[in-house]
Design a protein around this ligand. Structure first.
Ligand SMILES: [Fe+2]
Ligand SMILES: [Fe+2]
Length: 405
């Protein structure tokens, strides 16, 4: 990136707030592409970045058409035994739940009930906002906390829609018959996840937000990539890792019993999905890919990991609440330093890094990059094959978010 781009924001200090935000945001989007070191990775991500960040296609309209390019592996021999995968399939069949029957939808969800808040007041970064001169009344604080809940659950819903299509695509493309069996159960799981988040938003919170641009970029990128293993890596390892971090944080914070139970069911399914992903990818990366192909996937995973860590900054909430009262740049700073975000990052990388290590995408070369990003403390942790859904819930509940002061 040229020095001009880096120093430009400082030169814009005298401009009106709206112009500052527009330019800051454009430069920030540009930074996504220019920060990607591997040219091949940058080239494959570029169309999605363009559609998601520059054109903002997920912000308006009724639907987005994504041109999928993968091929379907139609087996003529029905071979390709993968006993561990088959066992996972049997477990998935046995553990299906019914979002309508098994959740108590008669629960009276009152987001303003201080006894059972959907998003308690220790979640939003009120301290950080106050340091930037934003003071909210008690009523506004409550409303803001509820908007954070709606924003977060809306992103879960959009992510689940992406997961549903990715699971369907991977089921077509994967070469082992046992993996196709398993994939079919994941399609059902993701359909159910989409159903319950949609129903919760629709009937309990009655407010939804559009798909965050950065989440859209990742979903668009992996749904339109022709390589099944990149799709798989993107969905089963990266996005599922992100989801486990985000679901886990919400699970820990919420005091609303219906949402807590719903998240518990979803987390247990996601644990199986990641397990499936690491089994297939370890086999594929270890036996099928060339060193150059492995290197490209390592770089891709690293870029997506940074995107997930640095860019889920809920700009939609900023524009709704604080535009004109503080700059977008200050908002980003508040969110990145919020204790609830620290909890999210911790739970996400706790699962993600050991899985990348297990599937063979953590060479010394890329480790140095993760080290620079402060993420190597999670190396050597338990990967998805060593953890059940119950283990995950226990680990999540054991994590104590730093208390705001
Ligand atoms: Fe899901
Ligand atoms: Fe999933």
């Amino acid at each position: 990136m040229s020095a001009n781009i880096v120093t430009l924001p400082r030169m814009l200090d005298g401009l009106p707030g709206k112009a500052q935000n527009t330019i800051y945001s454009a430069l920030d989007n540009l930074r996504v592409m220019t920060s990607v070191g591997n040219a091949k990775v940058a080239a494959t991500m570029a169309p999605s970045v363009f559609r998601g960040l520059i054109l903002g296609v997920a912000r308006d309209g009724d639907a987005v058409q994504m041109p999928a390019q993968h091929s379907t592996h139609f087996s003529l021999t029905y071979g390709g035994e993968f006993p561990e995968m088959y066992e996972l399939y049997r477990r998935a069949v046995a553990n299906q739940w019914d979002g309508d029957r098994d959740l108590d939808w008669s629960t009276d969800v009152d987001p303003e009930n201080p006894e059972r808040p959907v998003m308690p007041l220790d979640y939003p970064p009120f301290e950080g906002l106050a340091a930037k001169g934003i003071k909210l009344t008690p009523k506004e604080k409550l409303r803001f906390a509820n908007d954070i809940a709606s924003w977060t659950l809306s992103q879960f819903m959009h992510g689940e829609q992406g997961a549903l299509y990715a699971a369907a695509q991977v089921t077509e493309s994967v070469q082992w018959m046992d993996a196709k069996f398993y994939g079919a159960t994941q399609v059902m799981d993701e359909g159910r996840h989409l159903e319950v988040f949609l129903r919760y938003l629709d009937t309990k919170l009655q407010k939804t937000y559009v798909c965050n641009d950065n989440l859209f970029v990742i979903l668009d990128d992996l749904l339109t990539d022709s390589r099944w293993d990149v799709k798989f890596l993107g969905m089963q390892i990266m996005v599922e890792g992100l989801a486990l971090g985000a679901f886990g944080t919400m699970y820990n914070f919420t005091r609303e019993p219906l949402l807590k139970q719903l998240l518990k069911y979803v987390i247990q399914d996601e644990a199986r999905h990641v397990h499936y992903g690491v089994l297939a990818l370890r086999e594929h990366i270890g036996k099928e890919l060339s060193p150059a192909e492995i290197r490209e996937r390592e770089d891709w995973a690293y870029e997506v990991a940074l995107l997930m860590r640095n860019r889920f900054l809920s700009h939609e909430l900023y524009y709704e609440w604080f535009e004109g009262r503080m700059s977008l740049k200050d908002w980003d700073e508040v969110i990145l330093n919020a204790p609830s975000m620290a909890a999210f990052r911790h739970l996400m990388f706790l699962r993600l890094i050991p899985n990348l290590e297990y599937i063979g995408l953590m060479s010394d070369r890329i480790k140095a990059h993760y080290d620079k990003a402060g993420l190597t403390s999670f190396l050597g942790g338990k990967n998805a094959t060593e953890l059940s859904g119950e283990d995950l819930i226990r680990d999540i509940a054991a994590y104590k978010a730093p208390t705001p002061h």
